[in-house]
Design a protein around this ligand. Structure first.
Ligand code: ATP
Ligand code: LTN
Length: 210
């Protein structure tokens, strides 16, 4: 069984990421052939500093190993090192509807916070679909906030298969039974997030115990 997930090297990682991401990754690597991708190409869709992104990519790899990913068992890599990800995004963009992309709530929320809304932020879910479909993925461990993107990935795979013949496995999302969406501790109507939450309401994985 092929397991695949991606995680962005932006922002400090918080207990929401731990609950929906890290915790599931370490548990799932026991169940099959697991591949984890540090999705640096996703992180350039919002404003970023190149040197900082480089450092954060390495820091995130360290955090993945520190929380239990075993490099002997799982494959961990940076998305930009495998050019097929960018290529797949272009090819799959021709099987993705514009209307469906416009309904993505993450695009609307993140777009509202940007001074300049890039085309990359809009097409971001196609890059994610390519990540998943390239590896003939069976299951994708993610948090509930990524449910809509995963459904879009499934739709793209089905549309492509119907048009060109069976090519891609249609992936299933796996969400934790408890803690699939940890809310901000100050603004409990929003999910905990370093990009969209409040600083006081976000508990970081590397915060000191007190
Ligand atoms: P943020 O919102 O903090 O910027 P993110 O969702 O954009 O984070 P990642 O760090 O790539 O980006 O997310 C890693 C994993 O953490 C994903 O599977 C995502 O679904 C999950 N996740 C993110 N926020 C939460 C949350 N508040 N509760 C549960 N899972 C979450
Ligand atoms: N969009 C996700 C990160 C992500 C991902 C993926 C998750 C990029 N590619 C493939 C699972 C599978 C996010 O914002 N957390």
């Amino acid at each position: 069984m092929r397991i695949f997930s991606g995680i962005q090297p932006t922002g400090a990682k918080h207990i929401g990421n731990y609950s929906g991401g890290f915790r599931q990754y370490a548990a799932m690597q026991e169940q099959g052939d697991a591949v984890f991708c540090i999705v640096d190409l996703h992180s350039i869709t919002v404003d970023y500093d190149p040197a900082d992104l480089h450092d954060r990519t390495l820091d995130l790899a360290a955090l993945l190993f520190a929380t239990g990913l075993d490099p002997q068992r799982s494959t961990v890599f940076a998305q930009s090192h495998v050019t097929a990800h960018a290529e797949a995004a272009w090819l799959l963009s021709a099987s993705t509807s514009y209307g469906q992309l416009g309904r993505m709530t993450q695009f609307k929320e993140k777009g509202d916070r940007q001074e300049v809304v890039t085309a990359g932020l809009f097409t971001y879910p196609i890059l994610m679909a390519g990540d998943i479909l390239l590896y003939q993925t069976d299951i994708v461990p993610i948090g509930d906030d990524q449910r809509q993107h995963l459904e879009l990935s499934r739709d793209i795979a089905e549309r492509f298969n119907a048009r060109f013949g069976e090519t891609f496995k249609v992936p299933e999302g796996v969400y934790p039974e408890v803690g699939a969406r940890i809310m901000d501790l100050q603004e409990p109507t929003r999910k905990m997030s370093t990009t969209g939450g409040t600083a006081q309401g976000t508990l970081l994985m590397l915060d000191p115990p007190d």
